[in-house]
Design a protein around this ligand. Structure first.
Ligand code: IPM
Ligand code: MN
Length: 342
C-alpha cells in the first residue's frame, strides 16, 4: 500500500484487536502488501498467487486504494475491481448513517433523518469492461461501453436486498433506484425481477421505486424516506458518494463487498487521499467502521455494536471535524481514542 491506506488500516486493526480481547474471540491476521508501493517496486498489482490465497479467507480488510506516484485507474482496476469480480463479491453494501448533526451539510437534518443502506450490485452493469472502439483515433471513432445485466446477477442482488431489508427490520421498505424511463432494457429487467421476487418471496417488504436522478434529490430533501435502496453498479457508485457526504464525508463512510458464500472485503469507500500520505492527518474512522462492519458480518455482533456506539460517542463528544487535518487529533490519536473508549 501507500497513500494513506496503511495509516488508516493500522488504526482499524488496533481497534479490532481491542474488540477481540474485550469480547473474547480470536482474530488471525495475515498481512498482504498489495498497493502502490509494491507496484512501483516490483510491477506487481494483485498477483494471481495472492488472489488464490485470498480465497481461503472469510474476510479481507482493505486499506484505501491509491498512491501519489501511480496513475489513477491502475490500482483501482487492478486491485479493487479485480478482487470484487474474481472473488464474486456481488454485493456492495453501503450504510449511510449520520452520527452527529454537526457533520451533516444539510439544513435541519439530524441523525434520525439519515439512516439508510444502499445495496449496490457489484459485479455487472457498466463495470464489466464490455464494449470497445471502432475507428479509434479517426474522426469516425465510436466508443461503446455496455451495461451488462443478467437475470441471475440482478436477481441474486435483489434477493440479498430483500433479505437485508427484512433482517434490518426498520421500515421494511426496499426502494429500487433506476432509470426505467430511459434505460428501457436494463431497468425493465430490474423492475420485473424486483416485483416478481418481491411479490412471491417477500410479501412482508414494501416495494418502492425512484428514478436515480430523483433519488439524489430525495437524499438532500427527504433522506428520512429511505430504508434500504437497491440499485445497479454505476448508479450505486454515484449515489453513495452523495450518501457519504450527507453522513459526514469520506472520513466516516465504510462499505462491504460481499460474497455471501465466499470471501468478503470491507473498505473505507473513499479513495486513499494520496496528498495526505504520512502526515498523520487522515481520518481513520471510515477504516475503523469498515472493521466494525466486518465483525458484524462474521457474527461478532456485540463487538460490532460496541465499536459503533463508541464511534458515535467519540464523534459527538471529542472529534472536531471528520475532515482530514481538522479532527483536532492525529490519525493515530483517533485510533487510540476509539480503542481506549472501547
Ligand atoms: C468505489 C470507487 C470505485 C468504484 C473506483 C475506485 C473504481 O469509486 O468503490 O466507489 O467505482 O466502484
Ligand atoms: Mn465510488
Amino acid at each position: 500500500m501507500a497513500g494513506t491506506g496503511p495509516e488508516v488500516t493500522r488504526e482499524a486493526v488496533k481497534v479490532l484487536e481491542v474488540a477481540s480481547q474485550k469480547f473474547g474471540f480470536k482474530l488471525n491476521f495475515t498481512n498482504y502488501d498489495i498497493g502502490g508501493d509494491r507496484y512501483l517496486r516490483t510491477g506487481e498489482i494483485l498477483p494471481d498467487s495472492v488472489l488464490a490465497e485470498l480465497r481461503q479467507f472469510p474476510v479481507i480488510l482493505l486499506g484505501a486504494i491509491g498512491h501519489p506516484d501511480v496513475k489513477p485507474g491502475i490500482l483501482e482496476k487492478g486491485i479493487l475491481l479485480r478482487a470484487r469480480f474474481e472473488l464474486e463479491q456481488y454485493i456492495n453494501l453501503r450504510p449511510v448513517k449520520l452520527y452527529d448533526e454537526r457533520f451533516c451539510p444539510l439544513k435541519d437534518k439530524k441523525p434520525e433523518h439519515i439512516d439508510f443502506v444502499v445495496v449496490r450490485e457489484n459485479n455487472e452493469g457498466l463495470y464489466t469492461g464490455a464494449g470497445g472502439f471502432v475507428f479509434k483515433g479517426t474522426p469516425h471513432e465510436v466508443a461503446l461501453q455496455e451495461s451488462v445485466n443478467t437475470r441471475r446477477g440482478v436477481e441474486r442482488c435483489l434477493r440479498y436486498a430483500f433479505e437485508y431489508t427484512r433482517k434490518r427490520n426498520k421500515d421494511k421498505k426496499l426502494t429500487l433506484s433506476g432509470k426505467t424511463n430511459v434505460l428501457t432494457y436494463a431497468f425493465d429487467l430490474w423492475e420485473r425481477a424486483f416485483h416478481e421476487v418481491g411479490a412471491k418471496d417477500f410479501p412482508d417488504i414494501k416495494r418502492d421505486y425512484a428514478h436515480v436522478d430523483a433519488t439524489t434529490m430525495w437524499f438532500v430533501k427527504n433522506p428520512e424516506w429511505f430504508d434500504v435502496i437497491v440499485t445497479d453498479n454505476m448508479f450505486g457508485d454515484i449515489i453513495t458518494d452523495l450518501g457519504a457526504m450527507i453522513q459526514g464525508g469520506m472520513g466516516i463512510a465504510a462499505g462491504g463487498n460481499i460474497n455471501p458464500q465466499g470471501t468478503s472485503m470491507f473498505e473505507p469507500i473513499g479513495g486513499s487521499a494520496p496528498k495526505y500520505t504520512n502526515q498523520g492527518v487522515i481520518n481513520p474512522l471510515a477504516a475503523i467502521c469498515a472493521g466494525q462492519m466486518l465483525l458484524d458480518f462474521v457474527g461478532e455482533t456485540q463487538a460490532a455494536k460496541a465499536i459503533e456506539t463508541t464511534v458515535i460517542r467519540t464523534v459527538r463528544e471529542q472529534i472536531k471535524s471528520l475532515a482530514a487535518g481538522k479532527m483536532g487529533y492525529t490519525t493515530s490519536q483517533v485510533g487510540d481514542l476509539i480503542a481506549g473508549a472501547l
